[in-house]
Design a protein around this ligand. Structure first.
Ligand code: AMP
Length: 452
């Protein structure tokens, strides 16, 4: 799970990349980096932590040029360490190159072992480095052709940005797991994970980069090609459920509107007698509004979220995560006291958050707590770029809904159906989403990488 941003043809490339990454901060808070090109040399800065903490004005001033790519990272492969921060930057026979990756190569372990056996030396333990080795070894005549050749040898999810001294290249895998959009800011081209990054810098949204599409942007303008074999589509439905920012358009849909529809559908499928609907902020807000609208119940604020802590899940240790829920959320007693409360959240992963929240709501006076989840039970890990724990840690992989309800001490618990989810998300029976985390139906063959 990461965010990528690229810009070509603007004298303030580094500053705009900084702003773009800021808008994509929700996609990864572990590290941030920017690489720029002034047409001759690449320069980079990467650091651990948030965009605003990593980049200062003096640092941005060290990044001259009218082309830039940037990255915010939350690790799905490789450890939490500066060496894994992106964009990765290398010099090789074909010149200088930087790469920023959102996604996950599922064949990374095996490929790395093969490359190492063949003498390759790795600087990071990120799966993204494999692609650089493939590109460096390719005998193809152009950078573009080398990238295509390298990517044809991999399996997995990628929305990738490459920056050379003269070119910005964006590529999206043929299944289309992760989003990538194209925008324009006057003469400049912009590529970003989500439209919210375009909005912040006042760039115009042009379109999505299509699954399997490669765009090469250089002094000749923008060229598009489709160099990969066509695949059945598999856009990540969890982007719409949880990951993307609600003000973004992802896969051509307004994320907020989709989430609201998930709430409407959830109320149709899983009604309950209650006095008030509240959201688990921020991720449950849109679905809770939809639920309340459909159920004809008042929507109110029952939990306040501190703006000064990151997403709970981001904390890598169980001990911190337990504490984190309290740091992050506080109950509003006046909304809850004596009420039968419907609390809407987007997903249950390990179940620890929900358990804390139900207890918090009851301690604050709620008479009944009915938990409603705007996606189906998460039963399988994601190997395509969303950080989910192993199957053993996913509570719904080994417990029934009733058992989970008892564990989280809710008076009732219900999830949205898979059909309800994909229909509300705009699928209309086309089977265009990847729902592997709910169904176990993976879109690619899995290798040993997958069982990290
Ligand atoms: P848990 O305590 O493990 O059940 O966490 C559930 C909470 O984590 C929900 O409120 C979700 O909004 C959030 N969540 C779900 N999936 C992820 C993810 N991959 N990364 C970060 N947070 C997540």
């Amino acid at each position: 799970m990461c965010g990528v941003f690229g810009i070509y043809g603007h004298e303030e490339a580094a500053n705009l990349a900084y702003l773009g990454l800021h808008a994509l901060q929700h996609r990864g808070q572990e590290s941030a980096g920017i690489v720029t090109s002034d047409g001759q040399a690449l320069r980079s800065f990467r650091g651990m932590g948030l965009v605003a903490d990593t980049f200062t004005q003096p640092v941005l001033e060290q990044l001259p040029g009218s082309m830039a790519i940037g990255h915010v990272r939350y690790s799905t492969a490789g450890s939490t360490h500066l060496k894994n921060a992106q964009p990765l930057q290398v010099s090789f026979g074909g010149g200088q190159l930087a790469v920023a990756h959102n996604g996950n190569f599922v064949d990374a372990f095996a490929t790395r072992r093969e490359l190492e056996a063949d003498g390759a030396i790795f600087q990071s333990d990120s799966d993204t480095e494999n692609i650089i080795h493939h590109i460096a070894r390719s005998k193809a005549p152009t950078l573009e052709a080398r990238i295509v050749e390298g990517l044809r040898r991999t399996v997995g999810a990628f929305s990738l940005l490459f920056l050379s001294d003269r070119q910005l290249i964006g590529v999206r895998d043929a299944i289309g797991f992760r989003p990538l959009v194209l925008g324009r800011l006057k003469e400049a081209y912009v590529l970003a994970s989500e439209t919210t990054a375009l909005d912040l810098i006042e760039a115009e949204y042009i379109r999505e980069i299509e699954p399997g599409e490669m765009v090469v942007i250089d002094a000749n303008g923008l060229r598009s090609s489709f160099p990969f074999q066509k695949q059945p589509p598999g856009r990540c439905v969890f982007e719409l459920v949880y990951f993307a920012r609600p003000d973004s358009q992802v896969f051509g849909e307004s994320v907020f509107q989709v989430r609201k529809k998930l709430g409407v559908q959830l109320a149709r499928e899983q009604p309950v007698e209650a006095d008030v609907v509240i959201a688990v902020p921020d991720s449950g807000v849109a679905a809770a509004i939809g639920y309340a609208e459909q159920a004809k119940l008042p929507y109110d604020v029952g939990l306040i979220r501190s703006h000064y802590v990151g997403r709970t899940f981001i904390e890598p240790q169980q001990s911190i995560r337990h504490f984190g829920v309290k740091l992050k959320l506080a109950p509003v007693r006046s909304t809850l006291e004596g009420k039968r409360v419907v609390a809407v959240d987007d997903s249950i992963v390990r179940g620890t958050t929900s358990r804390k929240i139900v207890k918090m709501l009851k301690d604050a006076g709620a008479r009944e707590v009915h938990l409603r989840i705007s996606s189906p039970p998460t039963t399988w890990p994601c190997y395509y770029g969303i950080d989910t724990p192993s199957r053993q840690e996913l509570i719904a992989a080994s417990h029934t809904v009733d058992e989970i309800a008892r564990y989280v001490t809710a008076d009732s618990l219900a999830y949205l159906s898979e059909k309800g989810l994909v229909t509300a998300a705009g699928d209309a029976g086309r089977g265009s989403f990847c729902t592997a985390c709910f169904s176990g139906k993976y879109q690619t063959p899995l290798t040993e990488t997958s069982s990290r």
